[in-house]
Design a protein around this ligand. Sequence first.
Ligand code: ZN
Length: 388
Amino acid sequence: MTETKTIRLYDEQVMLRSCQTVVTACVELKNGFGLELAQTVFYPEGGGQLSDTGKLLFDNKTVKVTHVREKDGHILHETAEPVAVGTEVTAEIDWQVRFDHMQQHCGEHLLSYGFWKLCQADNVGFHMSEDMVTIDLNREVSEAEVMQVETLANQQIQENLPVKTAWMDVEQAAACATRKFNDKLTGLVRVVSIAGSDACTCCGTHPPMTGMVGLVKIFRTEKHKAGTRVYFLCGRLAMEKIQKCWQELSASVQLLSLKDEEIKLGVERLQTENRELQEKLSLAEERWINEIAPQLLAQAELANEVKVIEVHFDDISAEAARKLAQRLAENPQAQVTLFYKSKNRLNYILTQGTDVPGSCRERISILNKKLGGKGGGKDNMAQGSSAL
Ligand SMILES: [Zn+2]
């Protein structure tokens, strides 16, 4: 591998989407190849920011770059096929992917500043994935604090503050950093500072003005270790998620004939109604069991001291079926097989009174075989089901 280091154009020129360059090394990897370039616009995965993707163009050919990483100071552009050293190529990144990353990363700085400034909470972990970004705070924050921080971050977006990057020595960086400074750092470090807001060491790409972040939206928080994990999205990705959520919300309030801001009220109302209906159904089933159980016992013929009762129902709840089967088995001579349908399955409950020989376990294994079903239980009660 060559010792010439790739010039990192993304360091200073974050808005650059492509560049002319030359392949300086091509190594075989486990899966595919790793290309080094004389200069690159591709950001390698690191510092919590995801890798750029894109393509290399040369001689009417296109080679996809699927991932970029840094190894021992070398930037490897991962491709499925090799490209000869010395080939002049146009390196071009997937701009939407990069811009999404820039929005998320800058939004992360704005939020981290807000949590540090308003809640004295430090960001101790940053993770970006395709559909959500998280930061981990070293102390628990309240819902009200989360709202305050989100509001501050969005204010700073609307103020369209300049975002600057500069290389400086560690002492200088420590002096101008607002948040917790990593004192293990040595030599020259890169500081990203937002006027009137965050300043910290960072190697990632940020838009030149905070206005380009567009929006920061925190969707959820949860307790994490001794602190809080904050789930959020910025810019286009935040907008997309809000659009989806809003569609769901609008459809729901329409179904409930309510205003947008009454959705919680509507769900609570449904829960109460559902609970009341459940109670009514339970009482009705209880009354029905009281009526039908003596009828079924009276109708059953006694043969060899056993009353064989086999009944089928289409529309009773699992709870009612179980209660009826148990009620019938209170008669010492009753041998009960109760069938009922639910969720496209034929369910069966077997019970029996204390004087009936044999066990429900034996009876259900015969029934399972006959119906191709499965289930089991105890001597006096067993349950199973088969496909309809
Ligand atoms: Zn950063």
